[in-house]
Write a protein that binds this ligand. Structure first.
Ligand SMILES: [Zn+2]
Length: 335
């Protein structure tokens, strides 16, 4: 059993073009002479179009990932460019996709807390559409300890669902909002609420140490490993075109330090990918394949480098923690 506790499915109608634009710019600047991002944009529009989930379903079956949890992202207020459909419509579409793939696909509700209907949308999403939690993107312009978020945290407590909050990089938006330290205060104010620090401060080379210190005295903060694979697996963000070596020993060291500092050790860490983002080239299947293999064989690979991770610890990170925190029924839809 393997659960991807943080990924995304796209349709051009659900996201402003700016999300794809950022990837087109990164790829355009990845080799010299630089290319024109406008020429690359249609490629991303086509590549990320998966409104019926078919691409995702085929790819995850090939990769051996049993369950995916989708985090809808509400970028509209940050970029001043709303998607073709409303935030409510986007979230409802994701929840309908979950009904199409019962037991294999789940979705959170992604909504900017500054929207007037944020609390109502969260409640409707969980109660009527079956959503499993709330996703927030602070780098769009608010701090997670801002009181505007608290009415959503209160609603999460009432509904019994977790909140996932982006931490780490800013996606060309202000990183200051995404520092892990801003989870400290709400995690103390809402001890009964499960917080998921999405990207765990972004893994090797980013804010993973601050993440560890923030989570140390907040047992209700768990770290998800989405996009961390791009700083661990051979090829990195450039995949097969890159010369980036694997950094599995550095990752194991980071994991070992987290395991030591987090109150629950591996009980506070969730395996995830951030599919389809972690690649300049667009579809990070090589990266994700390496990431799957690493966690499927974690005790043996760790032993090669002198670390001791048990199968029970690996299983907690691979699926048990996500199932517990997000209240997923593992019996549904799984053969
Ligand atoms: Zn993500």
């Amino acid at each position: 059993m393997l659960i991807d506790s943080h990924m995304h499915i796209h349709s051009s109608r659900w996201y402003p073009d700016h999300a794809k634009w950022l990837h087109a710019v990164a790829e355009a600047r990845s080799t010299y002479p630089f290319r024109d991002p406008h020429e690359l944009l249609p490629k991303y529009q086509k590549m990320w179009e998966d409104a019926d989930g078919r691409k995702w379903s085929d790819q995850y079956q090939r990769l051996g990932i049993d369950i995916a949890v989708n985090f809808p992202n509400d970028f509209g207020m940050a970029w001043g460019e709303e998607a073709a459909v409303s935030v409510e419509e986007m979230n409802r579409s994701y929840c309908e996709l979950a009904k199409k793939y019962p037991g294999r696909f789940y979705s959170f509700i992604g909504v900017d807390p500054r929207r007037h209907n944020a609390v109502e949308l969260l409640e409707k999403g969980v109660k009527e559409w079956g959503a499993k939690g709330l996703k927030l993107l602070p780098h769009t312009g608010f701090y997670p300890n801002d009181r505007i978020c608290y009415r959503l945290y209160e609603k999460c407590v009432e509904l019994g669902v977790p909140v996932a909050i982006h931490t780490g990089y800013g996606m060309a938006l202000p990183m200051k909002y995404a520092s892990p330290v801003h989870l400290d205060e709400p995690a103390q104010d809402f001890p009964e609420l499960e917080f998921i620090a999405a990207h765990a401060g972004c893994g090797i080379g980013h804010q993973w140490q601050e993440m560890a210190v923030v989570a140390k005295f907040n047992p209700n903060i768990s770290l998800d490993l989405a996009e961390v694979e791009a700083t661990v697996i051979k090829g990195g963000y450039r995949e097969s075109k890159g010369k980036y070596k694997d950094h599995i020993p550095a990752f194991l060291d980071m994991l070992d330090i987290w395991r030591n500092m987090l109150p629950g050790g591996c009980l506070n860490i969730l395996w995830a990918t951030d599919y389809p983002y972690p690649s300049f080239a667009g579809f990070p299947l090589d990266l994700i394949k390496g990431w799957v293999e690493l966690f499927n064989n974690l005790p043996a690979v760790a032993a090669e480098y002198g670390y001791d991770f048990s199968q029970a610890e690996a299983d907690n990170m691979r699926y048990k923690n996500a199932a517990r925190i997000m209240k997923l029924d593992l019996k549904v839809g799984i053969k």
